[in-house]
Design a protein around this ligand. Structure first.
Ligand code: ADP
Ligand code: MG
Length: 531
């Protein structure tokens, strides 16, 4: 159990949390949510002891161990898989490294010999050799084949990296497991694996995530960080969302009624307070008036952008035809004689582990790269707009947001543009931020702004949620559901795909496709049955 008692944290003058009181009890899974910069990562650092509170204290149950799943999947690229797991036991790992270093000496001094003797003794006492086989077993149980245990992390595939980092954490046999955005950079299959793992994990889990499907699946509780406070809710993310919306609505309605009552009383008092016979009544009403208090609607730091794609003209019958498309990179066939006809109303999600192929296909459709064979034809009425996975080229310049958008799309009235940007959460001076210093989430919102201003009837999105927070993802999700044109989408967000797509195309490792006219959940069902 972790108890958080009256905890306050300040960075200089800025208060992140004030007087937080919470208990995390055994066996539950807590989802930690809050806007970008609300302090989720910082809170995990407080729990793990990496940071100290400004006041208040955090206590962990006696003899309970806490471990943190690291966020950076590439940090250990130069270490072997087995070593990374052994690092979970720091002392053991340090001994192992010092031993290896000494054995590598070409000339062996007496001091080296003595030191080695000490190290070997301590290593044996800690059951060092047993630990290595234990680490191996742990890796195998997580699905990392023995043949990879001595590979460098840089040599194994990304979805395996997170399993290695998880093995490192589990090697410590923790009672409390902390995870910060664990699903970033994972493909859908690896996310599904992690979901199952956490559901079956018996100890306490505290996880930061902006993946709604994941939060719904694994969490028993939600901890919401907003306005320097933390509030604990029972239930999963959807339950939190619905109940928090309901609460806001209720407070608003109550306040509206109270405001009407106040007006009524005020006008009574104004009319009769000068009138001697009624002034007694007016005085008593004034007392009532003084007692009415409006419930404070705590201003949320959470802000939802407004995302809405409006086609200038609807698309005609011919949308996009891809015939016998072949694309090769360095002699590898990435796309192998692909045929796709996009029909009216199609919202297609591209899935599969072949990320390179999805991005290549989108870039080919947008005429950004050349292909080897085949045909790619847009219908005459089609006006496409693109959200690329990599936007570095767009923002490699010295323009501010206003200038950048004005150079990309034709909007004569600066005030109109500012109003528009306000709805995309760039207010006041924000619109003059240089595009090359924006955060990942801000850049994504600028690209989405450009796309909306283009008024397309056909949109292509390559991993649009990667840097977005939950609020922006929710708004984008609604915008895509309401969009009346056609969509091609690649995403690792299960909820987004399952609520938007009505056709699923899987690009296989060999560059051919499986094309299913169904929603995502039926496709998954089909895949489980026939694969
Ligand atoms: N060591 C630090 N010193 C000063 N400010 C910090 C420090 N660490 C984080 N911050 C600030 O605290 C806020 C919360 O950061 P963080 O916990 O990373 O947010 P989240 O994970 O919710 O997006 C941010 O505004 C960040 O810039
Ligand atoms: Mg964070």
């Amino acid at each position: 159990m972790i108890s958080v008692n009256n905890v306050t944290l300040r960075f200089g003058k800025k208060t992140l949390f004030e007087n937080v009181n919470l208990k995390f009890t055994n066996g539950n899974c807590y989802g930690l949510i809050g806007a970008n910069g609300a302090g989720k990562t910082t809170f995990l650092k407080l729990l793990s002891g990496e940071l100290e509170t400004s006041s208040g204290e955090i206590t962990i149950g006696k003899d309970e161990r806490l471990a943190v799943l690291e966020q950076d999947h590439y940090k250990y690229d130069n270490y072997s898989v087995i070593d990374v797991v052994l690092m979970g036991n720091k002392r053991l790992y340090d001994i192992k490294i010092e031993k290896e270093e000494l054995y590598n000496h070409t000339e062996f001094s007496d001091a080296d010999g003595i030191r080695l003797g000490e190290l070997e003794a301590e290593f044996a006492e800690m059951n060092g050799w047993g630990a290595e086989s234990e680490a191996g077993e742990l890796l195998s149980s997580l699905g990392i084949p023995v043949s990879e245990h001595y590979n460098l992390l840089s040599e194994i595939e990304d979805s395996h990296k997170v399993k290695v980092l998880l093995a490192k954490v589990l090697f410590q046999n923790p009672d409390i497991l902390l995870l910060d955005e664990p699903t970033n950079n994972l493909d859908l299959a690896a996310i599904e694996w992690l979901e199952e793992f956490l559901i079956n994990y018996e100890n306490t889990v505290i996880v930061v995530s902006h993946d709604r499907y994941f939060l719904n699946k694994v969490c028993t509780h939600i901890v919401d960080i907003d306005y320097n406070k933390m509030t604990l809710f029972m239930g999963n993310y959807d339950f939190w969302y619905e109940s928090s919306q309901l609460l806001i609505k209720q407070i608003k309605e109550q306040n509206k009624k109270k405001e009407e009552k106040i007006k009524e009383l005020e006008s009574f008092i104004a009319r009769f307070s000068a009138n001697a016979s009624k002034s007694k009544q007016a005085t008593s009403r004034k007392k009532i008036l003084d007692k009415i208090k409006l419930d404070e609607l705590v201003p949320s730091t959470r802000r939802y952008p407004w995302i809405d794609f409006k086609p200038e003209k609807p698309s005609g019958r011919e949308i996009l035809t891809i015939k016998d498309l072949v694309y090769e990179e360095n002699g590898n066939r990435i796309l192998n004689k692909i045929n796709i006809t996009v029909n009216k109303g199609d919202k297609i999600a591209f899935v599969g582990r072949n990320n390179i192929a999805k991005t290549a296909l989108f870039n080919i459709i947008m005429h950004l790269i050349k292909f080897n064979k085949g045909e790619v034809l847009f219908g005459k009425t089609i006006k496409p707009s693109y959200f690329p996975i990599d936007n570095t080229e767009y923002f490699n310049n010295d323009k501010d947001i206003m200038e950048w958008l004005q150079s990309e799309v034709n909007i004569p009235d600066p005030q109109e543009l500012r109003n528009f940007l306000g709805r995309m959460l760039f207010s006041n001076e924000d619109v003059f931020k240089k595009v090359n210093v924006l955060s990942g989430g801000e850049k994504a919102r600028v690209i989405l702004s450009k796309m909306m201003l283009e008024n397309p009837n056909f949109i292509i999105l390559d991993e649009p949620t990667n840097h977005l927070d939950l609020e922006s993802i929710t708004s984008l999700n609604k915008g895509l559901q309401n969009f009346e044109g056609e969509i091609l989408l690649a995403s690792h967000d299960h909820e987004l795909i399952s609520t938007v797509a009505n056709r699923i195309i899987e690009i296989k490792e060999d560059g051919t496709i499986i094309d299913k006219l169904s929603d995502y959940d039926s496709y998954l069902e089909w895949r489980r049955t026939f694969y």
